[in-house]
Design a protein around this ligand. Structure first.
Ligand SMILES: Nc1ncnc2c1ncn2[C@@H]1O[C@H](COP(=O)(O)OP(=O)(O)OP(=O)(O)O)[C@@H](O)[C@H]1O
Ligand SMILES: Nc1ncnc2c1ncn2[C@@H]1O[C@H](COP(=O)(O)OP(=O)(O)OP(=O)(O)O)[C@@H](O)[C@H]1O
Ligand SMILES: [Mg+2]
Ligand SMILES: [Mg+2]
Lengths: 255, 255
């Protein structure tokens, strides 16, 4: 069983990269073979695992220039429990070059060669609906949508769900919502609780049971190039992401 | 004296919209004539002042379709101390339509007719370097850059500063950095304090003295369509944004 999952939400700063790195790591710890792809020109996942984006020779740009070679493009960051394909700012050239022939299937085709080597392939997306994210949604079996329980974050959710629906009708009939993941949750505040209830009322079983709580340790770990479990296995962030890994595996084993 | 200021940072979720609405409001309370423009297709500023983006007939799209008419485009939201030009998702059509003739001066030309009616014109930008943000940077006298004291947020800062430098060489020789504004600051955590010191060491006087602290009340106010001062004048968020207004006025009075 091999599953490609995009981690996407056009709203910025909602925890996509933090989820991508830490979910990849916990799935690896739970003995799954995992590949994480950084498909964001900001390359936050790349610096979050301790690499320097400007030093990267072989990046995810290779998917779009037909030069992808697994032995050059796939690296294993120190202390990570997953394989990784880094990114850098040169990837942004894909977004601006809106030549007439937009090919939404480039990534899907390139991944076809390596998909059977992994049980999970996670794709960290940029905060936009550009060509890169549309390629990720076209290549994926499902999407994890990190959502903050905040007013602006919920406003943009319908736009994202409409985009996924239109991808389902056009370039990827198989795409599903893996789940909405509540992130940066602060149970001490009313607004978080109210909006969480609204989310569950509205989306029911599409919402992961696991909630990622606001935990400053999660924002410290990337500055050391470490996953949360490597940085501090006893913090609430580690517990939350381990539970998320378990929930995801269980959900996909029963299917 | 009339000043156009873009509020920009391609990193998502750093407090651009929160700063745009609340700084516009405090400048208005401090007796300045202010216009706020929502130039983000996500239209968070529009919903944050209590309007419904889908209901908007005349949006900031008018700047780009040569149909801008102040009496239709400029509204005064209830309880706000500033004039406002709303946005909606149709503005996104500007970003995707990368026809050959990219005109970076559209917004600048359109604003020329109304600039003398205001002392400050603030522009809330989207989290990207697309045509909309480049138009805003071309039209502006200066840029306020909201920055979180977090690892990923500081990574992207150099890219933003390089972009502003290249705008200064090409389409807008007058653009300056108004200041780096530290947002969502949590003085109880080490990482915030460390990164703040690094920021001040690196950028010195470019960093506003006023620091916006993390304050849940700031994220509650937009769900009522209110500025922070209207929603809860006694919270730390109100104090921070009032101080920011005072600091901005003082800085621009001496110049
Ligand atoms: N649960 C959490 N608790 C506290 N801080 C968090 C949490 N999750 C993420 N963060 C921090 O919040 C910021 C935004 O998270 P992150 O960069 O993962 O979001 P993103 O959606 O990938 O952003 P972008 O849209 O720019 O790609 C980062 O500085 C990160 O360290
Ligand atoms: N000082 C603060 N304390 C607590 N929450 C805040 C603060 N400033 C902003 N927020 C909340 O953080 C989230 C991100 O802020 P905001 O939407 O203003 O950022 P942005 O940079 O405009 O995002 P985008 O890149 O999507 O346009 C919002 O839910 C907002 O309510
Ligand atoms: Mg990210
Ligand atoms: Mg915004």
């Amino acid at each position: 069983m091999s599953k490609i999952i995009a981690i996407a939400n056009q709203k910025g700063g909602v925890g996509k990269t933090t989820t991508a790195i830490n979910l990849a790591d916990t799935l690896g710890i739970l003995e799954k073979k995992v590949l994480l792809i950084d498909l964001d020109p900001q390359a936050n996942a790349t610096s979050g695992v301790g690499l320097v984006p400007l030093d990267i020779k072989y990046s995810s740009l290779s998917f779009f220039t037909n030069t992808f070679k697994p032995k050059y493009n796939i690296v294993k960051p120190d202390s990570a429990h997953f394989d990784f394909i880094p990114s850098n700012i040169r990837l942004a050239s894909i977004e601006v070059n809106k030549s007439k022939s937009i090919d939404l299937f480039k990534l899907k085709r390139a991944l076809a060669n390596i998909i059977e080597n992994y049980e999970y392939i996670l794709i960290d997306c940029s905060p936009s609906f550009g060509l890169l994210t549309l390629n990720a949604l076209t290549a994926s079996h499902s999407v994890i949508i990190p959502v903050q329980c905040e007013f602006y974050a919920l406003e943009g959710l319908n736009k994202l769900l409409r985009t996924i629906k239109s991808i389902k009708k056009t370039s990827n009939p198989n795409i599903d919502i893996e789940g909405l993941l509540i992130t940066m949750y602060d149970s001490r505040t009313n607004i978080s609780n109210q909006l969480r209830e609204e989310l569950i009322k509205h989306f029911e079983s599409m919402v992961f049971n696991t909630v990622i709580q606001r935990n400053i340790t999660l924002s410290e770990a990337p500055s050391y190039g470490l996953s949360i479990i490597k940085y501090n296995p006893n913090c609430i962030g580690s517990e939350n992401y381990l539970n998320l890994g378990l929930e995801l595996i269980k959900k996909n084993t029963n299917e």
